[in-house]
Design a protein around this ligand. Structure first.
Ligand code: ADP
Ligand code: MG
Length: 684
């Protein structure tokens, strides 16, 4: 039979058994009582295994010669047989006992009386024996003596078991305590009154580090914190005590010791009936991690910004070229207009040409500025086709006239949830590469498709699900497998210095990944390349309201406008145009003048119309000041592009984008100055 006790016991030999028996306080008394009651001279408690007999406790008045830890050869003992049979052996007088008179054991050890009672642990395991011997015969086989031995053996078995389970429970407890104590994360346990019941070393080390003193059992934990943190701590603990296991991040500690941010995990503690009797938390100082994340975020922002600048550089070249063309149209139109005796019809055509050209120029700068505005990654649902449509109009500017741009869009809008600016940037990056690959001549195809599956790519398996696939194909030089393997690395470029930065495709790749998408490339050397951007397809967004027919220019009806504009040309134009439309105007050249006019008599104005970029106080600050001093007076801002707006927004004020048409100007002014009137006019 295998020994059921832990292997460690066997490894240590029998020392544990000897100690276990010795630790039972009653053992010497038991051995004394046994000897006195029976008149025998030697009594012992022995541990008997299937191959050893070891004395654990001994009373020896006959110089038998055994001590605790002493051993007899198992085969020479009767205990060996008792272990197998599990029953006691009692011999009053060996010489007269038919079963034992010829037995080798009495002969060997020279005894005439013998009694041995098995010690069995409560779980039924055989431990050993309680035995006694003497050279003289003794009267043992009586119910009283056998009963006494049985009772003592049971008592010893019971104690051994109790001590053993206590020891293993203590060991287990020590183990857990060691684990908790050596954990570097602060752990503390509290009861339903918010009192500390227990904590580990790290708890007090860390508490001291950030608060300058330590805690003790019985402290009302939240009360140890500065007031605003005490409230937070109490609320956190209350949640756990209400039975919720959860995680929070919060700042704890005093300013003078640094106030780290902690991630704290709460776990309620329940009794057998499931009732919460307390809870514990484990805390981690995550300040360093948060700092690292912020730094990474900053680094990524910088990278994104340089990727964007790269694209803007590309676009600016194209725009500048186109702009010169547009300016040429305007210049020649104005030259023609100056000619005397111009027929009215011609005159109209030239004016029309100028107006159209200005619209196109405005659109170009608008698109360029939309790119340039620094925006953080902000996913939103938008129609990919709309973006592609707007962008493909610009691609011609980018690629030059000998490259044909073909756009293939599906009938239905495909919606994606991604950052629209990054989406545009990615398309421009791929288009610029396509242009470069074609060396000035070929076809660039932009295609949008709704697909149900993303093909396997770079060791990733195929992914099922609705996707939008946007591909840009060129008929250019293509790529070798070596180049293909590296194109997404930041700064990898095969282009000459000044021609390429190697940032384009890393932006495309980063954008695809951030948007839970992928970018797939197919390329054949000498034939061309197709880049396909896969983005998860989502349900439609709210449809933008349909634009109605443009309404004719509205009349100012004597509405009084305070125009704030530092540029003389623009100011002259605005005031003259407004006067022609029936507005009354006062023109201030900067914020100071404007505030002076208002201080004079604010009541004469219906609305203030101010430029944003001005020397001195800017338009946004002026608008705020006016709102403060003259709360009822509406303010409209106007700007081409301003870093003030890019950084702080319009502060809630209406913005009219430059360049604006006279019609837009009057409409906006009226809408803001007298909303009721405008409504009536447009209802008519
Ligand atoms: P850059 O354009 O500044 O070199 P990119 O990251 O945009 O950086 O592109 C990296 C490289 O990938 C390019 O230098 C070029 O070798 C290759 N490449 C990208 N797109 C194409 C394409 N459409 N056809 C051929 N080669 C391409
Ligand atoms: Mg590129």
């Amino acid at each position: 039979m295998a020994d059921p006790r832990p292997a460690s016991t066997l490894l240590q030999g029998f020392l544990t058994d000897v100690v276990a028996v010795e630790s039972i306080a009653a053992v010497p008394t038991i051995l004394d009582v046994v000897c006195q009651t029976t008149g025998m001279g030697f009594a012992a408690i022995a541990r008997v295994t299937d191959d050893r007999w070891v004395a654990c406790a001994v009373k020896d008045d006959i110089a038998f010669g055994l001590e605790p830890g002493g051993e007899l050869s198992l085969e020479t003992t009767i205990c060996h047989e008792i272990r197998q049979s599990g029953t006691a052996v009692v011999i009053d007088h060996v010489a007269e006992d038919p079963a034992f008179c010829g037995h080798h054991t009495p002969a060997r050890y020279g005894f005439q009386s013998y009694i041995s009672m098995p010690i069995v642990l409560p779980d039924g395991t055989f431990f050993g024996t309680l035995c006694a011997i003497d050279p003289k015969p003794a009267k043992l086989n009586t119910p009283a003596i056998v009963g006494m031995f049985k009772m003592f053996a049971d008592l010893i078995g019971f104690h051994l078991d109790a001590n053993q389970s206590l020891a293993s429970r203590t060991a287990e407890r020590d183990l857990y305590e060691n684990i908790v104590q050596s954990d570097t994360a602060p752990i503390c346990v509290f009861d339903t009154e918010y009192r500390l019941i227990a904590f580990n070393k790290a708890h007090n080390d860390e508490f001291f580090r950030v608060n300058g003193f330590t805690t003790k059992v019985g402290d009302i934990f939240p009360d140890l914190f500065i007031p605003e943190q005490a409230a937070v701590m109490r609320a956190n603990m209350a949640r756990a005590l209400a039975g919720e296991a959860y995680k929070v991040e919060a700042v704890f500690g005093r300013a003078e010791f640094g106030q780290p941010c902690w991630e704290i995990t709460y776990t309620p503690l329940r009794d057998a009936a499931g009732k919460v009797f307390g809870a514990f938390h484990q805390a981690h100082d995550i300040s360093a991690r948060l700092r690292a994340e912020a730094e990474l975020q900053d680094a990524q922002d910088v990278l994104r910004q340089s990727q964007k600048l790269e694209v803007i550089g590309q676009l600016t070249g194209g725009v500048a070229h186109d702009f010169n063309n547009l300016l040429t149209v305007i210049k020649s139109s104005t030259d023609l207009l100056k000619r005397p005796d111009l027929a009215e019809a011609r005159r109209g055509r030239y004016i029309e040409a100028i107006s159209d050209t200005v619209d196109r120029a405005a659109k170009l700068t608008g698109q360029l500025l939309a790119f340039a505005r620094r925006q953080t990654l902000q996913p939103k649902v938008f129609a990919a086709c709309d973006s592609v449509r707007v962008l493909s109009e610009m691609l011609g500017t980018l690629t030059g006239s000998r490259i044909r741009v073909v756009t293939e869009l599906p009938e239905n809008d495909c919606f994606v949830n991604a950052d629209p600016n990054q989406f545009d940037t990615a398309l421009v990056n791929m288009a610029v590469n396509a242009r470069d690959a074609m060396e000035g001549e070929g076809q660039l195809t932009v295609r949008v498709r709704a697909v149900e599956r993303m093909p396997p790519v770079r060791a990733h398996p195929a992914v099922d699900g609705p996707f939008v696939a946007v591909s840009i194909s060129d008929t250019g030089v293509g790529m070798t497998p070596e180049t293909l393997g590296r194109i997404f690395e930041p700064f990898f470029t095969t282009k000459a210095v000044g021609q390429g930065t190697g940032l384009g495709l890393s932006q495309v790749f980063g954008f695809a990944k951030q948007s839970q998408g992928e970018v797939v490339v197919e390329s054949v050397v000498g034939q061309g390349t197709t880049f396909t951007l896969y983005l998860p397809r989502v349900g439609g967004a709210i449809q933008a309201p349909e634009r109605g027919e443009p309404t004719p220019v509205v009349d100012g009806h004597g509405t009084c406008v305070l125009v704030v504009e530092d540029n003389v040309e623009v100011g002259t134009f605005a005031t003259q145009a407004l006067a022609e439309l029936g507005f009354a105007t006062v023109w201030a050249a900067d914020a100071g003048e404007a505030l002076a006019e208002l201080a004079d008599d604010a009541g004469r104005f219906d609305v203030v119309f101010t430029d944003v970029m001005m020397p001195g106080m800017n338009g946004v600050d002026l608008a705020r000041e006016i709102r403060r001093r003259h709360p009822g007076l509406p303010v409209i801002l106007t700007s081409g592009y301003s870093h003030v707006l890019a950084q702080t927004g319009t502060g809630g004020f209406e913005l009219l984008q430059k360049p604006y048409s006279v019609e837009q100007l009057s409409r906006t002014l009226l809408a803001v100055a007298m909303p009721d009137r405008t409504k009536r006019i447009s209802d008519e």
